[in-house]
Design a protein around this ligand. Structure first.
Ligand code: PBG
Length: 328
């Protein structure tokens, strides 16, 4: 027998002791459910995201009703926009009768307590597929874009969004959007800033879902370099100073170190986005019988919480809420 006064396994002896020692929990009220909407009929499957659909208004209401019944408390909307409505300056993004504001009004009418979050960025509406306005010579024009993002955020606030969430990574957009909201009487609408959003290959399935891939080039002049960690501090400091209420790290799983870093750098709530590619990897392995989907998905979410995220945007939100409630 080894002479060992200290044996860490004693604290793992049974379920009660493991419960005492547990440092992190995962609850449905920490999850935010991203949903894809379209102006057409029915639900359209998204090939690279099994279990996710582009939803018509009627299908969305069914989906949300089921989610709410299982304890989902928040959704974030992503619209697939008709090519005909796209142009260089993404004008459709601030149309008060557009798909997003109409959907927000409907959701808030039916579920006043549901936290409705909207995405603020031009890519679904932009004929160039970029998050900002593109100049003649192919550059993304920062300040002109911010001006349009303010109109978009206001349009969402007027429709009743609880939180607007700029995912574009333009400089100065948080301060400008805060000022625009305040000037219009929307002091109570919160801003969830995509603060450390990386130029990631893991967004591929999402761009399939919305048909929103950039028509040329990539997003490296505005989204962050995956090689960088320190740079996230700079973005946190700016977004916080400009009035962000919550900050986000995206993607989540491959960026747990950044989540921990951001957690340490701010007192604000920290969100993390388990993006489409992370979901697709888990789904693909599960469908092949290579992973236990429930265990692997819940572990991936718990790990994101452990790294320091208060909230998690995940396509598993509804399913996870059911798992956590012991319904499946
Ligand atoms: C675009 C946006 C993207 C995602 C959320 N908002 C894609 C991108 O930046 O190209 C990705 C989400 C996901 O992959 O699940 N503003």
């Amino acid at each position: 027998m080894l002479h060992m006064p200290i044996r860490p396994r004693r604290n793992r002896k049974n379920a009660v002791l493991r419960g005492f020692a547990r440092e992190t929990t995962l609850e449905a009220n920490r999850l935010i459910w991203p949903l894809f909407i379209h102006a057409g009929e029915g639900r359209q499957a998204i090939k690279s995201m099994p279990g996710c659909f582009r939803l018509s208004v009627a299908e969305l209401l069914k989906e949300v009703a089921a989610g709410v019944a299982d304890g989902v408390c928040s959704v974030v909307l992503f619209p697939a926009i008709d090519e005909k409505l796209k142009n260089r300056t993404a004008d459709e993004c601030w149309n008060a009768q557009g798909l997003v504001p109409q959907t927000v009004r409907l959701l808030k009418q039916k579920w006043p307590d549901l936290c409705v979050i909207t995405d603020v960025a031009l890519d679904p509406y932009n004929s160039d597929g970029h998050d900002g306005v593109v100049s003649e010579d192919g550059r993304i024009i920062n300040d002109e874009t911010v001006h349009i993002l303010c109109k978009q955020a206001l349009c969402h606030a007027r429709a009743g969004a609880d939180i607007v969430s700029p995912s574009d990574m333009m400089d100065g957009r948080i301060g400008a959007i805060r000022a625009a909201l305040d000037a219009d009487g929307f002091q109570d609408v919160a801003i969830l800033a995509y603060t450390a959003k990386y130029a990631s290959a893991f967004y591929g399935p999402f761009r399939d879902a919305l048909d929103s891939a950039p028509k040329f080039g990539d997003k490296k002049t505005y989204q962050m370099d995956p090689a960088n960690r320190r740079e996230s501090h700079r973005e946190v400091a700016l977004d916080e100073a400009e009035g962000a209420d919550m900050v986000m790290v995206k993607p989540a799983g491959p960026y747990l170190d950044v989540i921990a870093e951001v957690r340490a750098a701010t007192a604000l709530p920290v969100a993390a986005y388990q993006v489409s590619g992370e979901y697709a990897m888990l789904k693909a392995a599960a469908q092949n019988g290579w992973l236990d989907e429930k265990k692997a998905a819940l572990e991936s979410l718990l790990a994101i919480r452990r790294a320091g995220a208060d909230m998690i945007l995940t396509y598993y939100a509804h399913q996870a809420a059911r798992w956590l409630a012991g319904k499946e």
